[in-house]
Design a protein around this ligand. Structure first.
Ligand SMILES: [Zn+2]
Length: 286
């Protein structure tokens, strides 16, 4: 198995996480009016379709239950509906509830993710951002897979070159994504985009217990996913990720109820906030 790559049902592909976020993170930084959560969800959602493959039955009442996720049709049939649900859950529930339990990771300021639910985007901004993310995923896969759509179409891009690109892209794009995440954290951009003052890291209630449950849920997801080995290694990995997401939703719901903040995050009309400064003045601490 090449480093930083997973074996997909149709071969190795750049990693779903980090590498595929490399194109969309700079877009959000350049055009803050785009929906960053939808961009990132869109960049992941084609690979989530892998979890449906080789399930039984393949059809239910004539309706296919397997989704490829990377075709043009599946941009509408899979990426859009599943991506919208994912975006909604991440923005309204998972990130506001669980981001305070993340390590702030120094300059990355990962806990700033708890603020992403404060801005309300127009529906076409969400849909557009989602599809930008999913199409960018398919474009990259086309160049970095031996059977990608661009192989044999783009001069000089044959299966061998694509195989090399697959490893190079996985590493290089992951580095780019990390760099973009660091820039976003350094500038406290998530706070700026969402109209809040940057603050030092918080110490949420029951911090150790919630983190422990998160680890247990992730391990349980791995145990469940490992029962699917006959369906292929990538299906196992993506099943693990999908089940971990389900666990995160459940845990976020429990945290929200337990902390007595059941209800809704502060809603405000959508106002694209252009970060004209690196940071809100006087709020660099933390
Ligand atoms: Zn893919």
């Amino acid at each position: 198995m090449p480093p930083l790559a997973v074996l997909c049902h149709h071969g190795p592909v750049p990693v779903t996480f980090l590498a595929h976020q490399a194109p969309v993170l700079p877009m959000k930084r350049r055009w803050p009016g785009l929906d960053g959560v939808a961009l990132v969800a869109g960049s992941m959602v084609p690979d989530l379709a892998v979890t449906t493959l080789r399930t039984t039955p393949r059809y239910l009442a004539g309706v296919p239950l397997w989704w490829e996720g990377h075709t043009l049709a599946d941009q509408w049939n899979w990426c859009l509906p599943v991506g919208l649900v994912l975006t909604l859950l991440l923005r309204r529930l998972v990130l506001p509830a669980l981001a305070p339990y993340l390590p702030d990771a120094g300059g990355f300021h990962l806990q700033d993710l708890r603020h992403v639910g404060r801005v309300r985007y127009r529906w076409w901004v969400i849909v557009g951002s989602l599809l930008i993310g999913s199409v960018s995923h398919v474009v990259i896969d086309g160049f970095t897979h031996p059977t990608g759509w661009a192989v044999g179409v783009v001069p000089g891009l044959d299966r061998g070159v694509a195989s090399v690109l697959q490893v190079v892209a996985s590493v290089a794009l992951s580095i780019v994504a990390l760099w973009q995440m660091w820039l976003t954290g350094r500038d406290r951009s998530i706070c700026v985009w969402n109209g809040v003052e940057p603050t030092p890291p918080v110490r949420p209630v029951a911090e150790t217990a919630v983190r422990a449950v998160a680890v247990l849920l992730t391990l349980a997801a791995a145990a469940w996913a490992s029962t699917q080995t006959e369906r292929g290694s990538t299906i196992v990995v993506m099943t693990w990720f999908a089940l971990s997401l389900v666990g995160a939703v459940v845990l976020a719901g429990a945290v929200r109820v337990g902390s007595g903040v059941a209800g809704r995050s502060p809603a405000r009309p959508f106002r694209p906030v252009r970060p004209t400064r690196r940071c809100v003045p006087g709020a660099r601490s933390g």
